[in-house]
Design a protein around this ligand. Structure first.
Ligand code: SF4
Length: 427
């Protein structure tokens, strides 16, 4: 999402007559797109303040703006106060107003540029020629007790069906073949123009219906989305996972395997419900790769709770987990209400335990690809080798030619490691 937001920021500043430079030292305008998911990400922003002071001494025209998640969650102004060097501090949803604010600082800074009223209407400056992120909704209404997103991004807002479809069609017209639909809670897509769905669209659930529409767009052969919430995983969305152009992967954050912890996190599903969803998904796509997010060491998480997460992990047999050690985030319910009482060392031990488990499981799963053919979108060429992702989003490495970057190539897997499959182009 942040990458896609940065692509939008590029569109806006280029429309104002700016061009990019390679280092901060050369810039007349610095826009920092921040992440608030962990404290360390915010600390990196504070760590830059002295550098910006120095740059402003050398270049008094320099404007520093901070956007992304930090400004949205700075309800009491404490963050803003710690960054007096910053000229503009605005949540990303207010990006359309940036040109106006910049011209208020100094009218000479803005050559031209048109003001879009809606963040969703700003077309990102895509950074790849074959793969694109398409934000379909932003914000979250769920208030998981550990999470800053609802504070940082505000309530859920969905982009119109007609606008999503025209964005994806335009991408297809320009040769794009893969789209990743983005949203903090992507499967609660609730557009205001449901009448824009085709008459023969078989789905009632708007997110499933959108997947169907995008599956009809010629040229787009790889469709993926992130991140859905298990509590909103309807049967129709599960059926839509079987549509022909969907990639063969589902990233479904579980966060914990203990019902007590899930409840405390305000995740509105149980481990039993999660298993039920996975069973249904595997009925639709038996070979699907599964990814998840897990937090270890949440407030009051006992060894027993943790072992339930381990048990869930083994039963589901995920391909990958993005595991985080819990750290309280200011402003959240968890930070206000409960102690961060799992010692750091213990969090680290649980994290390592899951990492080892993940590596053992994924290695076994990857070995099952040996001798099979995977369909790879070549993304990069280095030292005689092409690198790309299969439809399961597994990294695949095989001999090739730099001219083939951007092509879809069938590859027969000959060797499997935890994070890469080696192979040869299929004959
Ligand atoms: Fe955060 Fe996701 Fe929970 Fe929303 S659903 S509060 S984005 S963890």
């Amino acid at each position: 999402m942040n990458k896609n937001d940065s692509e939008r920021i590029s569109t806006v500043v280029e429309s104002l007559g700016y061009a990019s430079v390679l280092t901060q030292d050369e810039a007349d305008l610095i826009i920092v797109n921040t992440c608030s998911i962990r404290q360390s990400a915010e600390d990196r922003v504070y760590g830059q303040a002295n550098k910006w002071e120095d740059l402003k001494t050398k270049n008094p025209k320099l404007v520093v703006a901070v956007t992304g998640c930090m400004p949205g969650r700075d309800r009491d102004g404490a963050m803003r106060e710690k960054l007096p060097v910053v000229d503009l501090f605005f949540p990303i949803k207010d990006l359309p107003r940036f040109p106006k604010w910049l011209s208020e600082i100094n009218p000479e800074l803005v050559n031209s540029g048109s003001e879009e009223e809606d963040y969703f209407k700003i077309t990102p400056k895509y950074t790849d020629s074959r793969q694109a992120f398409v934000t379909i909704m932003s914000g979250c209404n769920n208030y998981c007790t550990f999470c800053v997103v609802p504070y940082a991004r505000g309530f859920e807002k969905s982009k119109c069906v007609a606008d999503v479809i025209s964005e994806v069609r335009a991408l297809a017209d320009h040769g794009y073949i893969e789209v990743t639909l983005l949203g903090q809670n992507v499967n609660t897509y609730r557009p205001s123009d449901r009448e824009s769905f085709s008459k023969d669209n078989p789905f009632k659930d708007p997110f499933a219906a959108l997947l169907w529409e995008i599956n009809q767009i010629e040229g787009i052969s790889r469709i993926h989305f992130t991140s859905p919430n298990p509590q909103d995983m309807t049967d129709e969305v599960i059926v839509a996972l079987g549509l022909p152009n969907q990639l063969n992967i589902l990233h479904l954050p579980v966060q914990a395997g203990s019902n007590r912890i899930l409840k405390k996190m305000n995740r509105r599903y149980t481990r039993e419900r999660y298993f039920e969803i996975i069973d249904k998904v595997r009925n639709v796509r038996p070979e699907i790769a599964l990814a998840t997010d897990i937090i270890v060491g949440f407030s009051s998480e006992t060894e027993e709770d943790f072992m339930e997460t381990v048990d869930l992990y083994k039963k589901v047999s995920f391909d990958i987990s993005y595991t985080a050690m819990y750290s309280p985030r200011t402003g959240t319910v968890a930070a206000k209400a409960w102690e961060d009482d799992v010692p750091k060392e213990e969090k680290k031990r649980r994290w390592n335990y899951l990492q080892n488990l993940m590596e053992n499981i994924v290695l076994e799963k990857n070995k099952s690809y040996i001798g099979k053919e995977v369909s790879v979108l070549a993304e990069k060429f280095e030292n005689g080798m092409l690198f790309g992702k299969s439809r399961e989003l597994k990294l695949v490495r095989f001999p090739g030619d730099s001219k083939e970057v951007g092509n879809i190539i069938p590859v027969t897997v000959s060797e499997a490691f935890e994070w890469v499959l080696n192979g040869e182009r299929s004959s």
